[in-house]
Design a protein around this ligand. Structure first.
Ligand code: NAP
Length: 170
């Protein structure tokens, strides 16, 4: 299981239900990385997707505890157990947010694709600071790019001791 996220200097990821920084290059990177995969997403983040619809070209699994919640073209999972049951045979799985879902599943992920914006934006939701977590090791960094006055880079971190899913592991 992988995680993909765009963060600012403070690991802030969003404000008022939407992303705090959006640049087209990162959107393209996200699309290219996740196309053809299964994505796991929280119900609140789906509200911020274009047309509040599942992302095309990917299997969308939406986490929600609301039994009457459904969206055409997506699978709804009401628990972490259901997420792992649903994805047991899927080859490429990406956790795509938001904050609650990242916190729920981060420890089960092997790889984190982090777009780092070298700026600080107002945020009310945060991703855990991987640089402060000894089990997450920075393995690869791109060059530093610039778009719309924002410098950014793509980083790949590896979790050297991921949790393996069992019901007891929770
Ligand atoms: N920068 C980035 O790369 C990035 C990426 C994605 C999102 N974001 C940002 O993150 C923010 C949204 O994050 P968020 O934390 O507010 O919401 P979220 O994680 O997108 O969704 C939270 C919802 O997921 C469901 N959920 C959470 N844990 C669950 C569990 N254990 N079992 C079943 N369902 C569960 C609940 O839905 P119900 O209430 O329906 O039960 C909960 O309200 C937005 O600002 C968004 O823009 C940023």
């Amino acid at each position: 299981m992988n995680v993909i996220v765009a963060v600012d200097n403070n690991w802030g990821i969003g404000k008022d239900g939407t992303q705090n920084i959006i640049i087209p290059e990162d959107r393209k990177y996200f699309r290219e990385k996740t196309l053809g995969s299964t994505i796991i997403v929280g119900r609140r983040t789906v509200l911020d997707f274009p047309g509040q619809k599942p992302l095309p070209g990917r299997r969308n699994i939406i986490l929600s505890r609301n039994p009457s919640f459904s969206i055409e073209g997506a699978t709804v999972a009401s628990s972490i157990d259901e997420v792992f049951r649903e994805t047991a045979h899927d080859e490429n799985v990406f956790v795509v947010g938001g904050a609650m879902v990242f916190h729920l599943l981060l420890n089960y992920c092997d790889t984190a694709y982090i777009t780092k914006f070298y700026t600080t934006a107002e945020s009310d939701v945060y991703f855990p600071n991987l640089d402060a977590m000894p089990n997450w090791v920075l393995r690869e960094s791109s060059d530093v790019f610039e778009s719309q006055g924002i410098t950014f880079a793509y980083h790949r971190y590896e979790n050297v001791s991921p949790l393996r899913y069992t019901q007891e592991a929770r």
